[in-house]
Design a protein around this ligand. Structure first.
Ligand code: BES
Ligand code: MN
Ligand code: ZN
Length: 509
C-alpha cells in the first residue's frame, strides 16, 4: 500500500473515494441545534455535499458506521464516504484509527483501490497523533489472511492518502505520519507470520524470516539450534523441542545504535511455539488448529524489532525468541519428568522444574529465554506470549494481561498504552501464587492448577526474571480475532507490537 500525506483543500481532491469522519448525533447542543451528526471537515463544500444525508436521520455516525454518496455535488471526488467516530465525548485518536481502517475495508470488496481519508477537523483530535493513527488503521485494515486461496483476488489498496490541514504543526504531522507507516507495516509483518500454518512456518523458517527482515532493516541477527541449546544448558527450552522432528530455533536480534554504549539494555523475549499440540498431555482436537498462532508473542517481538530498527530510538535492545514445536513423540518429555533450566548466572545452578503438564510449554521455553537475556546483559525485560487460556477466562477478549515486578517499569508501559491504543490490564503477582507452583521433588513445577492459572504462569516466569525489572504480557486471548470488525479482518491481530515499541521509546536517551 502506497501512502501519502496531502495538505490540499478537500473539495479539489480527485479520488475514487473521499472518506470524512463525523461525530454522532448526540453531540448537538443548544436550542437551535438539530440532532444530526457533526461532519468533521474543514471544507464548506463537503458540508454542502453531505447536508441532505446528514439531515435525513438515516445515518447516526456511530463508531465505524458508514454512509456512501456517489458523485457528491461540488467535490472532485467520485464518492464521499462518511465514517462515524461515535460520541464526541468518547472519541479519541483511536476512534480515528478505527475509522481509517473502516474506510479501507469499505473500499476493498468494492473494487476501489485508492482513497483519501480526511483527518477530523476537531480541536479534540490533534492532527499529528490522528495522522499516525489513521495510517496505522489503514494499514491494519488492508491486511487480509487469505494468502493460500487459489482464487484469491488481490483486493489490496494501492494508494492511501491522509488529508490534513496545512498549518504550523505541519512538520509534526509529517513525522507522526511517517512513524505510523513504520508501526503499521511492522504490525502487519507480525500478523503475516502469525497467520502462517505450522507446516509452512516451522521454527527454522521463523528464524529465516526474522533473519531476512533483520538484514533488510539493519539489525544484527543470530539464529541457533539444538547444539546451542545444549551448549547454553537450556534444559527447559530443549525439553519442549525434544518431542519434535523439527529442530528448535533460538533467534537473537540486536539493535545497537551508534554511540550508545551504556544506559539500559532492553530485553524483549517472545514465545515462539510454531504449533502446540500439548505434547503428551495432548489437547482435544476441537480448535487445535488454532495453535498455529502460539508463536504470536515471538512474532510481536520480531515485528517490534523491525519498527525499532526503522525508528531508531537511542537505546540498546536485545530480542530473544524461543521457537519450537510442542509435539507428542517417543522422545517427547513426560509428566513427572524433571528438567534443569538454564542457569541465570554462570556461577549459579539451573533451577529444576517438575513437569506436571507438557501443555504448559510456553513458560518452559520463556524461562530459558529470560535467563539468556539476563546473561547477555539485559537490564529490563519484557516478554510476550500466548501463555494461558486462563487469561481469556479472566479478561475476555477485550484486554490482554500484563504483569510486572516493578511499578516504575510498568508505569512506562501503561503510559505508552495511551499512544498505542492497545488494551492491557495489570494483573497481580504474589508470594501466595508462587507457593502454588512449589515442587516436592524439585524447585518449581510447571502448573499450579486451574485457579489463577494466568497468575501462576506469570509467577513461574517471575522465578527466572527474579529482581530484574520485568513485564510479562499474556496475549493468548487477544492474538487471534475470531469475528471480523469493520476495521480489521478476522485472523491474527498483531497485538503487542505497538505497545512494546512505545515502551522501548520511553527509554531513549
Ligand atoms: N498455548 C497455550 C495457551 C493458549 C490457549 C493460547 C488458548 C491461545 C489460546 C498454552 O501453551 C497452554 O496450553 N496453556 C495451558 C496451561 C495449562 C496446561 C496449565 C492452558 O492454558 O490450558
Ligand atoms: Mn500448551
Ligand atoms: Zn502454548
Amino acid at each position: 500500500m502506497h501512502t501519502e500525506l496531502s495538505f490540499a483543500p478537500l473539495a479539489g481532491i480527485e479520488t475514487e473515494l473521499l472518506a470524512v469522519p463525523a461525530f454522532d448525533l448526540q453531540t448537538a447542543k443548544g436550542p437551535d441545534a438539530k440532532a444530526q451528526p457533526t461532519l468533521l471537515a474543514a471544507d464548506e463544500a463537503v458540508h454542502s455535499a453531505a447536508a441532505t444525508v446528514l439531515a435525513s436521520g438515516e445515518f447516526k455516525a456511530g463508531a465505524n458506521e458508514t454512509v456512501l454518496l456517489h458523485s457528491p455535488a461540488g467535490l472532485a471526488a467520485r464518492r464521499l464516504l462518511i465514517v462515524g467516530l461515535g460520541k464526541q465525548s468518547k472519541a479519541t485518536v483511536h476512534s480515528v484509527r478505527g475509522a481509517a481502517g473502516t474506510a479501507v475495508r469499505f473500499a476493498k470488496p468494492r473494487g476501489i483501490r485508492e482513497l483519501v481519508f480526511a483527518l477530523p477537523a476537531s480541536p479534540e483530535l490533534p492532527e499529528a497523533p490522528s495522522a499516525r493513527a489513521a495510517v496505522e488503521g489503514a494499514l491494519a485494515g488492508d491486511f487480509d489472511p487469505d494468502t493460500y486461496r487459489s482464487d484469491r483476488k488481490d483486493q489490496s489498496i494501492q494508494s492511501f492518502t491522509v488529508s490534513a490541514v496545512a498549518d504550523v504543526a505541519k512538520p509534526f504531522v509529517e513525522s507522526a505520519f511517517a512513524e505510523g507507516i513504520v508501526i503499521g507495516e511492522s504490525q502487519n509483518f507480525t500478523r503475516s507470520l502469525v497467520n502462517e500454518p505450522g507446516n509452512k512456518l516451522t521454527p527454522t523458517i521463523l528464524g529465516e524470516r526474522a533473519a531476512a527482515m533483520a538484514a533488510e532493516v539493519g539489525l544484527k541477527a543470530e539464529v541457533y539450534s539444538t547444539e546451542k541449546l545444549h551448549e547454553l544448558r537450556m534444559g527447559a527450552f530443549w525439553s519442549v523441542s525434544q518431542g519434535s522432528a523439527e529442530p528448535p530455533a533460538l533467534i537473537v536480534l540486536r539493535y545497537e545504535p551508534d554511540g550508545v554504549t551504556d544506559g539500559p539494555m532492553l530485553g524483549l523475549v517472545g514465545k515462539g511455539i510454531t504449533f502446540d499440540t500439548g505434547g503428551i498431555s495432548i489437547k482435544p482436537s476441537d480448535n487445535m488448529e488454532k495453535m498455529k498462532y502460539d508463536m504470536a508473542g515471538g512474532a510481536a517481538m520480531i515485528g517490534a524489532m523491525r519498527a525499532i530498527a526503522l525508528l531508531k530510538p537511542r537505546v540498546r535492545v536485545l530480542c530473544i525468541v524461543c521457537a519450537a514445536e510442542n509435539m507428542p513423540d517417543g522422545k517427547a518429555q513426560k509428566p513427572g519428568d524433571v528438567q534443569t533450566a538454564m542457569p541465570i548466572a554462570p556461577d549459579r545452578p539451573g533451577k529444576t522444574i517438575e513437569i506436571i503438564n507438557t501443555d504448559a510449554e510456553g513458560r518452559l521455553v520463556l524461562a530459558d529465554g529470560l535467563a539468556y537475556a539476563r546473561q547477555l546483559g539485559a537490564t529490563h525485560l519484557i516478554d510476550a506470549a500466548t501463555l494461558t487460556g486462563a487469561i481469556g477466562i479472566a479478561l475476555g477478549i477485550h484486554n490482554a494481561g500484563a504483569f510486572s515486578n516493578d511499578d516504575a517499569t510498568f508505569t512506562r508501559f501503561e503510559t505508552g498504552l495511551a499512544v498505542s491504543g492497545e488494551k492491557f490490564w495489570r494483573m497481580p503477582l504474589g508470594e501466595e501464587y508462587a507457593e502454588m507452583i512449589r515442587s516436592d521433588i524439585g524447585d518449581i513445577k510447571n502448573t499450579g492448577g486451574r485457579y489463577g492459572g494466568a497468575i501462576t504462569a506469570a509467577e513461574f516466569l517471575h522465578a527466572f526474571a527474579e529482581d530484574t525489572p520485568w513485564i510479562h504480557l499474556d496475549i493468548a486471548g487477544m492474538a487471534w480475532i475470531d469475528d471480523a470488525k469493520p476495521y480489521i479482518a478476522r485472523g491474527p491481530s498483531g497485538v503487542g507490537v505497538r505497545s512494546i515499541v512505545e515502551w522501548v521509546k520511553s527509554y531513549a536517551q
